[in-house]
Design a protein around this ligand. Structure first.
Ligand code: AP5
Ligand code: MG
Length: 220
C-alpha cells in the first residue's frame, strides 16, 4: 500500500500519519521531519536549510527529491509507505512519477486558515519522535513534557505567525495544484482521492479516515 497525506500546514498530517503507521504497519515518511532531524544533528548542509524552513519557504526541489526518493528506496518501504509532505511541487511530483513512485491513494485533509493558525499557535512538539501535542486540544499528560520519554516539548522554528501565513499561501499557490496532476485522467495510473475534513477531535478524524479507506477498499 502506497499513500500520500496531503493538506495545508497544521491540518493534522503528522498526527494522523502516526496513527495510520500504527494501524497499517507501514512507515510514514515526513520530509519535514527528515529535515528537522538533519538540522538537529548539526550537519553543515542541513544548517543551510534551517533558515529556509524557519522562514516558511520551500526547500529547493533538487534537494528534496533526492532525499525523498532515496528514503523510499530503503528496505522498510518494500511493502508500502505513506508520504507526508512530499511531493509538494509539480516538479517534485513529475520527477517522483518518472522514478516510478505511484500512490494507491491520496488522503487530503481539509482545514480553514483560522483553525490552522489556532492549531499551530498551540502546537508543542517532541523533536526526537515527531509526536505532536496541542496545549488545549491535545495536551501532554505532564505540561511541557513528552508522554513517553518525559523529554521537554518545544515550539517549532517555523511556527511563527509570519512563517505560518507564508506556508498557507505556498500550499494554496504551489502545492495544492499537484492534486490535479495526480487525479488527472491523463496519467497512466489511477488512485483513490480521499478527502476528509480536519475539524473534530484527533480520534474522530482518524475514524473518518479509516471509514473512507474501507469504503474505497484500501483496507478491510
Ligand atoms: P512539514 O513538517 O511537512 O510542515 P507542514 O506541511 O507545514 O505541516 P505541519 O507539520 O506544520 O502540520 P501537520 O499537517 O503535520 O499538522 P500536525 O499533525 O502537526 O514541513 C516543514 C517545512 O519543511 C516546510 O515548510 C518546508 O520548508 C520543508 N519541506 C518539507 N517537505 C518539503 C518538500 N516536499 N518540498 C520543499 N520543502 C519541504 O497538527 C498541528 C497541530 O494541531 C498540533 O498541535 C496537533 O496536536 C493539533 N491537531 C492535529 N489534529 C487535530 C485535531 N483533529 N483536533 C485538534 N487539534 C489537532
Ligand atoms: Mg507535520
Amino acid at each position: 500500500m502506497k499513500g500520500l497525506i496531503f493538506g495545508p500546514p497544521g491540518a493534522g498530517k503528522g498526527t494522523q500519519g502516526l496513527l495510520l503507521e500504527e494501524r497499517l504497519h507501514i512507515p510514514v515518511i515526513s520530509t519535514g521531519q527528515i529535515f528537522r532531524d538533519a538540522i538537529s544533528s548539526g550537519s553543515s548542509e542541513a544548517l543551510q536549510l534551517k533558515e529556509i524552513i524557519a522562514s516558511g519557504q520551500l526547500v529547493p526541489d533538487e534537494v528534496v527529491i533526492n532525499i525523498a526518493i532515496d528514503r523510499i528506496s530503503q528496505s522498510d518501504c518494500k511493502s508500502g509507505f505513506i508520504l507526508d509532505g512530499f511531493p509538494r511541487t509539480i516538479q517534485q511530483a513529475k520527477v517522483a512519477s518518472e522514478s516510478g513512485v505511484r500512490f494507491d491513494f491520496i488522503l487530503e485533509l481539509v482545514l480553514d486558515s483560522d483553525e490552522i493558525v489556532r492549531r499551530i499557535s498551540g502546537r508543542r512538539f517532541h523533536p526526537a519522535s515527531g509526536r505532536t501535542y496541542h496545549i488545549s486540544d491535545r495536551p501532554p499528560k505532564n505540561p511541557g513534557l513528552d508522554d513517553l520519554t518525559h523529554e521537554p516539548l518545544i515550539c517549532r522554528d517555523d511556527d511563527s505567525m509570519d512563517s505560518v501565513l507564508k506556508r498557507i499561501k505556498i500550499y494554496e499557490d504551489i502545492t495544492k495544484p499537484i492534486l490535479d496532476f495526480y487525479t488527472s485522467q491523463k496519467n497512466d495510473f489511477t488512485l483513490e482521492h480521499i478527502k476528509v475534513g480536519g475539524l473534530g477531535g484527533v480520534d474522530a478524524v482518524h475514524a473518518s479516515i479509516l471509514e473512507k479507506m474501507r469504503q474505497c477498499q484500501i483496507i478491510s
